[in-house]
Design a protein around this ligand. Sequence first.
Ligand code: ASP
Length: 439
Amino acid sequence: MKIKVVKFGGSSLADAEHFRRVAEIVKSDPERRYVVASAPGKRFAKDTKVTDLLYRCYELTRAHEDISACFDEIAGRYNSIIRDLGLNYDIGGELDYIKNAILHHSGRDFAASRGEYLNSLILAKFLGFAFIDAESVVCFRDNGAFDEEKTNDLLREELAAHPYAVIPGFYGVMPNGTIKTFSRGGSDITGSLVARAAEATLYENWTDVSGCLMADPRIVKDPRPIRTVTYRELRELSYMGATVLHEDAIFPVRYAGIPINIRNTNAPEEPGTMIVSATNEYDADTVITGIAGKKGLSVITIEKDMMNAEIGFGRRVLEVLEEYEISFEHLPSGVDTMSVVISTAAIEPWRERLLSAINRMVRPDSIVIEDGLALLAVVGRGMVKSKGTAARVCDAISNAGINIRMIDQGSSELNIIVGVEEADMEAAINAIYKEFVKG
Ligand code: ASP
């Protein structure tokens, strides 16, 4: 039988009502055999995620303060899920053990991981599925790096022994037996690892939005959902700040050729977004797939006559950045100018030293740093097939009365990067959206 791996985020498992929805979704398709669960998330805007409460318990213990009230809140979340579901299940012993372990300084990651651990125990019980503890199948190395091969072997073996199972997301184990978590939002990664090990045909990632949108809804009103996006396009968009999925969740399934389907637990009838490795189809009426923007950038502009003939010029500039451990975002260049776009926060501590180091290294005619730059990425696999996209992007921006500070199109024709003043970013995104989607 085909296998689908389904991951549910924290908001999809925040209370009993959501547990019921999740069970309905899982049970409606027998191919949905492996479920990866997050910890209970927010039930309403001002609510606190259980993971954050667990981090707080850890901090309180470190400060030798009482954790009772905070821990009771966590216990209350789980107990009310169990009660409201009408489950005959007592997790009192588990809660006591965890509280005690936190009080005995069991570690920050251990504390945080218990959110998914407990939620998965309850979900497994509710679904009647086996529980596979991530601690026995997701492994890290001594240096903290994720151990891909070991994890894949162990997971594969364990999954083969259970036709239906729930696996907690977010954490794994170090060789010495201590618990370690991925970075925040890491249950997405676990889902991807399980999908790969299970050789799934699909990795469904259920959340509280109906997939990826063409633009940030805080910037563009009611942006259209993206039906299909390639992994490469998504990388471009998420690099620029569009987040639906943990960045590292893409790699395991991408290499295994497993598509990801982002779905909405609160609107399961909607198809969501398919993330695929390649596709022949593209929306005929939208050349672009999405637009994203990122603020907080600076540009270092270096000028020197005959720069183009000076061998090693670029390397020497980049060597200085390397010395200060600064990564650059973009490198648009002219014949006698080179611009380096960098995050303002990254250069802040070294500003003056960086300038004099570059001065020493390449003896430019001039060098300046300007702050307040925003970059927009206009991304679309459809660009290769249509002419004049760059011109349309530029026209849309300038017709909105916005000055373009730089423009850079990668030769893969997957994206066009435009630099504008930070204050103009929202208007520029709206102008491009209007041109390509609503124009
Ligand atoms: N519960 C963890 C967090 O809040 C991991 C996750 O939900 O993916 O970051």
